[in-house]
Design a protein around this ligand. Structure first.
Ligand code: GLA
Length: 715
């Protein structure tokens, strides 16, 4: 990160991006967030961007600052919304008071002396190219101040007209939505109390028809696992902006005298090279986080869809034997092992081993699994309680609800009030005891319902619940630093940087159907790197869609993520078992490339094709996946053009036979499919390579290796 300052101007720069702030305005104003500018133009920038004061408006043009002010004449959503009990303080106006350089960026402090409020804004330009921003509001007065919203506002240029956001649902997360923003605003609003399956706190805005590899893109992601709202607006005076804030319920945050409310971080990325550029910056950011896993991602077997609640030791041991035989490295006992958990109606909260099903504790299975050389993992859902549990019978008051009303159940369960210190202490003690007693290497931390009427001592409590969850996770991680944690919330209901800075994996979706997974995982990859992406090879017929797919398609789809199996492989044929072993072996060979390379989603003109690639950092090697997700509208599918290779290198391109043989359904396929092909990175980028005919719902995998310099290109 480079920093330059000049009389009321602060510039933070990474290799490709600049942020230039005018710190003389009431709260800092982003003059430029986008392409790299260098430091020569800072003064010119202010002069070049000075706004006219047109007829027909106010006599001032209010700055579109990080925290725009109603009282200064900004007529769209203000940065601060809140009030004192007497109604005062509803439109604060700040005066910039201090700019402090920090190790990674800058902190700006502004004060409203009349309303007795202090505003702090913090900017960090990361090595990854990601810009992180957060704000805090402090009550300097001697009566409470209620915060309704603290919005982080960033300007967007008028040419940023296309938006990409992610909606979805359980078992179909991360569905992309492209919309054009003309006037008014587009809001992504999540009130479910967790990151959600359907309102991801992610927004990409770009120039006309931006694609995976072309166009300018500005992207934001809110690092938060609670409620949020992201709003992209074209203001009444024509200026465009994007606002990111926590969605606070009425009265949720009341600041006592001296107290502060701090927003979660907003991670921002910009690229001139389409969505791939911003995705790579987000991926670099998580990869640089201290929590990023360093060990190769262990191939996992999760027993959930193999046995559900039917915990039979003999069968579980047989499953472990077969798993070890085919190269699995981590074996996870899912839901059903704890006190009276024979189905999903009882037991949550009673975190001790069920004595009827496991009379000798978990030792027989733990010992068996570890003696086979595999890690042992265990499922928990600590935030929840079933009314039918000892915990609820002893502590009905520990529920996150208003006791005067009948609470709404979700999957027969209620949510515990984590802001209650006793609840956190109980959960820590229970999880800690099991992690101490058994050699557990991995926790699958589930969370299977939305928060309804989340009330802590009568006050709305999603913010406090989320902060308390983070502190509970932090305490468990501090006590058990070698245990990895997976974030699961009925699949992909809690995937965001807030949780990912504390976990090593996510359960991307409860859907193991590879056809749906192709789209879900592509959506996921826009912000999150593949090594976090739990991706399991399911049974021949998906349990959530009841669609059947070949092992080749299932395996090639899971291959790029944190690979696992979720299938009763005791039912698999000897041929399938052999293929699984081969897939796992290949995955182990390639996982350092898959999980450290640069990911590229490839643009392809045919809507039936979904292609992506991983390219080694040094450009020496790449793996490409070309999935046919539908019957293509034409007999011939256009050449596939690569991204990320070096123009100056020659590559040998060959099919990676994950599960042989390859079924294509053509009278004759291009010869390169059998013989391989040598071509320059330049040619593969500009012209591409003609795909063979591929059956719908199948994948072609290619392996590219650099063989020599491309002499032609150097001349
Ligand atoms: C959730 C998870 C599943 C499984 C079940 C167990 O649905 O997403 O993977 O762990 O809970 O009840």
């Amino acid at each position: 990160m480079k920093r330059a300052t000049h009389k009321g101007i602060v510039a933070l720069q990474s290799r490709e991006t600049s942020l230039v702030l005018d710190t003389s305005t009431p709260s800092p104003t982003v003059m430029h967030w986008g392409a790299f500018l260098g430091s020569d133009d800072l003064v010119a920038l202010r002069a070049a961007l000075e706004l006219p004061v047109p007829h027909g408006g106010l006599d001032v043009v209010a700055p579109l600052s990080l925290t725009p002010e109603q009282g200064s004449g900004y007529l769209d959503s203000p940065g601060v919304e809140g009030h004192r009990p007497d109604g005062g303080g509803w439109a604060p106006r700040f005066v910039s008071s201090e700019v402090i350089s920090t190790e990674q960026g800058a902190r700006c402090i502004s004060v409203d002396e009349h309303e007795q409020l202090e505003l702090r804004s913090e900017f960090q330009m990361q090595e990854s190219g990601v810009l992180r921003i957060r704000s805090a509001l402090r009550n300097l007065g001697d009566i409470p101040y209620t915060v309704q919203a603290l919005r982080i506002t960033l300007p967007l240029p008028g040419r940023a007209v296309d938006t990409l956001t992610f909606a979805g649902r359980w078992t179909n997360e991360f569905q992309p939505h492209r919309q054009r923003l003309a006037t008014g605003s587009l809001a992504v609003e999540n009130r479910s109390g967790r990151t959600s399956h359907d309102r991801m706190p992610i927004a990409f805005v770009g120039t006309d028809a931006f694609s995976e590899s072309c166009g300018e893109v500005w992207a934001v992601h809110f690092e938060w696992s609670g409620n949020s709202v992201i709003s992209i607006s074209s203001a009444t005076d024509g200026r465009r902006s994007i606002q990111i804030s926590e969605l606070l319920f009425s009265g949720e945050i009341e600041l006592a005298p001296g107290a502060s409310y701090e927003t979660p971080w907003v991670a921002c990325a910009y690229s001139e090279a389409g969505t791939n550029g911003v995705s790579q910056a987000f991926h670099r950011e998580l990869r640089a986080d201290p929590s990023h896993p360093t060990a190769p991602r262990p191939v996992t077997l999760n027993i959930w869809e193999a046995v559900y609640f039917d915990h039979d030791l003999v069968r579980l041991k047989q499953l472990a034997d077969r798993a070890a035989e085919i190269g699995v490295e981590r074996y996870v006992v899912d839901d059903g092992w704890f006190h009276r958990r024979r189905n999903d109606r009882a037991g949550l909260g009673d975190w001790w081993v069920d004595a009827t099903v496991w009379p000798d504790g978990l030792w027989p299975i733990v010992n068996h699994v570890t003696s086979l050389g595999m890690q042992f993992g265990l499922w928990f859902e600590p935030e929840m309680v079933n009314p039918d549990s000892d915990l609820y019978r002893h502590h009905p008051e520990w529920v996150l609800a208003d006791p005067r009303y009948e609470p709404v159940l979700g999957r027969h369960q209620l949510v515990l009030d984590l802001a209650n210190d006793d609840v956190r202490a109980y959960l820590f003690e229970k999880v800690d005891a099991l992690l101490t007693e058994y050699p557990i290497s991995y926790v699958k931390w589930d969370m299977n319902r939305a928060l309804v009427h989340p009330s802590h001592l009568g006050r709305a409590s999603v913010h406090a619940q989320t902060v308390a969850l983070y502190s509970l996770l932090d305490a468990i991680r501090a006590a058990h630093p070698r245990v990895e944690i997976e974030s699961c919330a009925s699949g992909g209901g809690r995937i965001d940087f807030g949780i990912l800075r504390r976990t090593e994996r996510v359960w991307t979706s409860d859907c193991n159907d590879p056809l749906d997974r192709q789209r879900i995982q592509r959506g996921f990859s826009h912000v999150f790197p593949p090594e976090y992406m739990g991706a399991h090879i399911g049974p021949p017929k998906s349990h959530t869609t009841r669609r059947a797919h070949s092992l080749a398609f299932r395996a090639a789809t899971a291959f790029f993520g944190h690979l696992g199996i979720e299938w009763n492989i005791l039912d698999a044929t000897p041929e399938e078992v052999g293929s699984l072993a081969a897939v796992i072996e290949l995955h182990k060979r390639f996982r350092s490339l898959l999980h450290a390379g640069d990911g590229f989603r490839l643009d392809h003109p045919n809507a039936a094709v979904l292609a992506h690639a991983v390219v080694a950092q040094d450009r020496s090697e790449a793996l490409v996946s070309m999935a046919m997700i539908d019957t293509p509208a034409s007999l011939i599918v256009e050449p596939m053009r690569m991204r990320g290779l070096s123009d100056d290198l020659m590559y040998f391109v060959e099919r990676l036979p994950l599960v042989a043989p390859f079924h294509g359904g053509a009278r004759r396929q291009p010869h390169w499919l059998e013989l391989g092909l040598q071509a320059s990175g330049r040619m593969l980028r500009t012209v591409g390579i003609q795909p063979p005919t591929i059956d719908p719902e199948s994948v072609l995998l290619l392996h590219l290796t650099a063989v020599s310099q491309n002499h032609a290109s150097r001349g």
